[in-house]
Design a protein. Structure first.
Lengths: 264, 324
């Protein structure tokens, strides 16, 4: 069994996120971290490998992004991926969700995995929708927000919460599965794994290498167009209490509630 | 024709409220554009009544497709087929889980563009523009569609249900050609209710508990506080998925939407998926030890501190105040 995990570099939570007003896309210059949701996808792959129900030959981390995105791949490898693939090309800049999903699917086609895993959503301006786009391009069944995966020979039994409660779905592989953060607690990489990550195989691919039609990617290939970026409506800032003396804090909360007649 | 196609999720004989919100929104936009709004219902035994009734919200025609329900890809097959045959310019979805999966799949299949978490749709120069908050709602973008079908996925509760004054919809059964891969997933159990059946929708006061409580047993802290306030306890998806609290108490994207007089969030970071289910509460109080937690951005009173220290004392103080 071969598993590909889609990962992504996102702005570090400590770095202020902002839009680039000239390109009207997210300014990615401050970014430096592996999307926290993706660590759950890598952990899910590792647990399938270590679970013993099926034999996993290889776990491959795949990303699309500028040169700096190799850091996300190194992190993915330190968490257990055997090797990684980096799709990078100026032609891909400003791709929207549909264009990005198409480009990633082209890379995945060459890898022909049995299972594609990804985090259900990313922390930045992108979205939970990429799995569905990738799956449609690959012609594979897919499911998002999965919190439990059981693997047998060539099928998966997945659980997820949907509109009316929990659903259990059986899916034939190959398949694309987006995992929710409740699926596992990602491990911390060992120092040895962090040090060794840069030595593992990392293939860099251009759009030509991945057989990507450049007319379908980038800002021009994207069918969405950002017209304007605006600040959110002004909202009166709420009152903030820093808890130093808890008795005092509690008194303040009670007074606040009483003032609004919530303790009647 | 040009026009707007919407998806209506049907479950146990009823149309989903967010879907009907999407139909109402599509009908309004269609009339501004001088076109029509149509809807699709997919399932193995959808009644005539359910389909006709969608007309009340402004869909002039409802397509009914006999295909497995509860999964996105069969619906993508149906909608892509209808879009190709009838030339719809836009597809609109209410918030929820399936709408995200179906909308993205449709955009990929028909070579369109997709926006999600949309809170408003405007008509500009005869075209639709989707308004969407991004980066934890710290900026709002206006997005237009160029050269392909525009797919709009609403944020939960963004589109209000409104009866349009029109009558029953015309119902048309459609034959579906399912993709091979759409038949490779099967729902073996649907709508399983995990945990006790609790009622949080009628409560005037809710104490919402999140991962910051630390473990399932600590929900007793939230329960004690709720009891002292005369309210009920709600929960985030993360703790429900973890089995700490019943699904029936869950707020947000795939749970309940509430608007109590007081929502007191303890150990909740305030992710968008939770926010959409409780942001209309009259008063929002948050207790969280992380001063950067997004919940402080939309709470009326924020308390930065350790809930394990604060909650027992707060419960005692509320009891004393109410008893006195």
């Amino acid at each position: 069994l071969k598993i590909c995990v889609l990962v992504k570099e996102v702005p570090d939570a400590a770095v202020e996120k902002r839009m680039d007003s000239s390109t009207k896309r997210l300014d990615r210059s401050g970014e430096k971290n592996l999307n926290p949701f993706d660590t759950h996808a890598i952990e899910a792959a590792m647990q399938i490998k270590e679970g013993g129900a099926v034999e996993v030959d290889e776990i491959v981390a795949v990303t699309m992004g500028p040169e700096s995105a190799v850091r996300a791949l190194h992190k993915a490898v330190s968490l257990g991926a055997d090797r990684s693939v980096h799709l990078t090309d100026p032609a891909l800049e400003n791709s929207d969700v549909v264009a990005t999903g198409y480009a990633l699917a082209q890379v995945l086609k060459a890898e022909s995995p049995d299972l594609v895993l990804l985090g259900q959503q990313s922390d930045d301006g992108e979205c939970y929708t990429i799995g569905a786009v990738v799956a449609d391009n690959l012609g594979m069944p897919s499911l998002t927000q999965v919190i439990q995966i059981d693997v047998s020979d060539n099928a998966l039994t997945c659980e997820r919460q949907a509109e009316y409660g929990y659903d259990t779905v059986e899916i034939q592989m190959p398949a694309v599965i987006s995992v929710g953060d409740a699926i596992n607690e990602p491990r911390y990489p060992s120092l040895k794994a962090i040090m060794g990550a840069k030595k593992k195989q990392l293939d860099t691919k251009s759009t030509a290498d991945a057989d990507i039609d450049t007319g379908k990617v980038g800002g021009d290939g994207s069918k969405t167009q950002v017209l304007a970026i605006n600040p959110p409506p002004e909202k009166a800032a709420g009152e903030i209490i820093e808890d130093e003396d808890t008795d005092e804090t509690v008194e303040k909360i009670v007074a606040w509630l009483e003032e609004r007649k919530l303790l009647a | 024709m040009s026009g707007i196609l919407t998806y209506v999720l049907e479950y146990e004989g009823e149309a989903n409220k967010n879907s009907l919100g999407a139909v109402s929104q599509a009908a309004k936009l269609a009339s501004e554009l001088g076109t029509e709004a149509h809807a699709v219902v997919v399932g193995e035994s959808v009644s005539d009544d359910v389909c006709r009734n969608i007309g009340k919200y402004g869909a002039s025609k409802v397509y009914r497709a006999n295909a497995p329900d509860g999964l996105a890809q069969p619906v993508v097959d149906v909608m892509a087929q209808l879009i190709e045959q009838n030339g719809y310019d836009y597809a609109l979805f209410g918030g929820g889980l399936l709408g995200f999966e179906i909308g993205a799949g449709v955009a990929a299949r028909v070579g369109g563009g997709v926006t999600m978490e949309v809170t408003e749709v405007k008509v500009q120069d005869g075209k639709l523009v989707a308004v969407r908050p991004i980066l934890q709602d710290s900026a709002i973008v206006d997005v237009a569609y160029e050269g392909g079908v525009g797919v709009i996925i609403g944020r939960l509760n963004a589109f209000e249900i409104e009866e349009s004054g029109s009558g029953d919809a015309e119902v048309e059964d459609v034959d579906v050609q399912l993709s091979d891969f759409s038949t490779q997933a099967k729902v073996v159990k649907r709508g399983e209710q995990r945990g006790a059946d609790v009622n949080i929708e009628d409560a005037d006061i809710l104490v919402g508990g999140g991962r910051g409580l630390g473990k399932a047993e600590n929900f007793s802290l939230a329960e004690d506080l709720a009891e002292s306030l005369g309210g009920a306890v709600a929960a985030t998806r993360a703790v429900v998925d973890a089995g700490w609290y019943p699904y029936a108490a869950q707020i947000g994207q795939t749970g309940k939407t509430v608007a109590p007089k007081l929502y007191l969030a303890v150990g909740i970071s305030g992710a968008i998926q939770h926010k959409v289910g409780m942001q209309s509460s009259e008063n929002i109080v948050a207790i969280n030890k992380d001063q950067n937690a997004p919940i402080f951005e939309f709470s009326d009173l924020g308390v930065v501190g350790d809930l394990h220290k604060i909650l027992p004392k707060l419960t005692a103080a509320v009891k004393a105040k109410k008893g006195g």
